[in-house]
Design a binder for this molecule. Structure first.
Ligand SMILES: N#[N+]C[C@@H]1[C@@H](O)[C@H](O)[C@@H](O)[C@@H]2O[C@H]12
Length: 453
């Protein structure tokens, strides 16, 4: 596909720039209970009738647990020099704590070694939503003990893989873990509790700090935090809309980053949660200060915000921008928002190193024809967002890499397999992989950026 690659401010990106793709364990691996693994909250959630569209589960997913060698070869054929994946906690510690399951460790060690053999830098996410069911039975992230569980689990992985994995992420999207799993209830474990929500968020922040500390003790030098960020724009200059936008910005963008960088929550949180917001001592807040060595930015879209008292707990809602293109998730395609959010990080948190750890789009792909899949909308999305990333580089943002979401069509949580984000198609029947035009475009863009085209 002779697509013009996006322009870059310089002939090539900063040296060492990472060109990757991202996945997560429950979404691609399948075989959730193989070789001694313990079940996760997503295994239970997906097998609970009515929780996932079409009754889909991750029992097979992309069958990556068995096809991982083929997938590493696929990554190399795309010219990736990095790959972001997550570890299923339950494969390492079937009961969440205690006994280590060696076959689980071996699976990830073999995967990492195969990546390194292909010159592909592994970026390992310790937690991407699949908490061991055994820990949820003990209170899960609402338990005061959860940070200790997580630090112990992290330490096992640091010791097993710290000599070959250089880039670590503690948590993937703590906001989605909290809001999806404990406030709105559309994600595992499916709670809907305004009182539990701030407690879970606080424990996740404590867990991040604990895992950062245990990593430092093991000599791990590059530990990040991956956050979903969504720039918020007021629908009008009305004071109510401006205030609603500030509340939603605090709720989505600052709730987790402010504590880890400043040791304080955004002032808006108490107004959002009211009496459900706990009292924290100065020392409890200061203990959250755990600046990551880099921020992982998961960017998909923006929100245009209007005040709406019926939309709780924030009192704000998104206003759909009908005049603009939207993805199959009904998210507005807004590449400028990526530049804006990267510049916002640069200004607010002191220009920390940043990786775009997820960026991509679901579209209703056409069927393959003669061995090709022409996903033109996804090619356009990638091109516009790579350009937006290059504009951030031009502003001096310390951007170190870009990971497309996702390498493979995979299990899209409560949407099951109905929403497809992959650069590579996965056949729903035989799981055969087929590189889409977007995968070819990304491969060609990498070559041009790296001056190899
Ligand atoms: N939805 N959606 C796509 C994508 C999801 O598949 C990832 O697992 C999350 O990290 C993040 O929400 C983004």
């Amino acid at each position: 596909m002779n697509e013009q690659a996006p322009e870059m401010p310089t002939d090539s990106p900063p040296s060492g720039f990472l060109w990757g793709a991202a996945t997560s364990s429950y979404q691609i691996e399948g075989s959730p209970l193989a070789d001694g693994a313990g079940p996760s909250i997503w295994h239970r959630f997906a097998h609970t009738p009515g929780r996932v569209l079409n009754g889909d589960t991750g029992d097979i997913a992309c069958d990556h647990y068995r096809r991982w060698r083929e997938d590493v070869t696929l990554m190399a054929s795309l010219g990736l020099n990095a790959y972001r994946f997550s570890v299923a906690w339950g494969r390492i510690l079937p009961e969440g704590t205690g006994r280590v399951n060696q076959p689980g460790l071996d699976f990830y060690r073999h995967l990492v070694d195969a990546l390194l053999e292909q010159g592909i830098e592994p970026m390992l996410t310790l937690y991407h939503w699949d908490l061991p069911e055994a820990l949820d039975a003990r209170g899960g992230w609402a338990s005061d003990a959860s940070p200790g569980w997580f630090a112990d689990y992290a330490r096992i992985l640091y010791r097993a893989l710290g000599d070959r994995v250089r880039l670590w992420i503690t948590l993937n999207e703590p906001w989605v873990i909290t809001a999806g799993g404990y406030l709105f209830g559309d994600l595992a474990p499916g709670h809907r509790s305004q009182s539990e929500t701030p407690i879970v968020a606080h424990n996740l922040l404590r867990a991040h700090a604990a895992a950062l500390a245990s990593g430092r003790a093991e000599g791990i030098e590059r530990i990040g935090l991956a956050v979903n960020l969504e720039p918020q724009y007021p629908a009008s200059p009305l004071a109510d809309d401006i205030a609603a936008t500030a509340r939603r910005d605090a709720f989505i963008n600052r709730w987790f980053l402010d504590p880890v960088f400043f040791g304080r929550y955004p002032a808006e949180m108490e107004a959002i949660f009211g009496t459900a917001w706990p009292e924290y001592s100065a020392s409890e807040l200061d203990a959250l200060r755990a600046p990551p060595d880099f921020i992982g930015v998961n960017y998909y879209s923006r929100s245009v915000v209007r005040a709406d008292p019926t939309e709780q707990p924030v009192g704000a809602r998104r206003v759909r921008q009908d005049a603009r293109p939207h993805t199959a998730m009904d998210w507005e395609v807004y590449p400028q928002g990526l530049t804006h959010i990267l510049a916002w990080i640069q200004g607010r948190y002191g220009n920390p190193p940043v990786y775009i750890t997820e960026n991509g789009a679901a579209f209703d792909d056409p069927p393959p024809v003669a061995g090709r899949l022409h996903d033109r909308q996804r090619v356009a999305y990638l091109r516009s967002h790579l350009r937006a990333a290059s504009r951030a580089l031009r502003r001096g943002v310390d951007l170190r890499g870009y990971f497309a979401w996702s390498l493979l069509d995979n299990f899209e949580w409560s949407y099951g397999y109905a929403k497809r984000f992959g650069l590579v198609r996965v056949d729903p029947v035989d799981r055969q992989r087929l590189i889409k035009d977007s995968g070819r475009f990304y491969r060609d863009a990498i070559r041009r950026y790296e001056g190899r085209a």
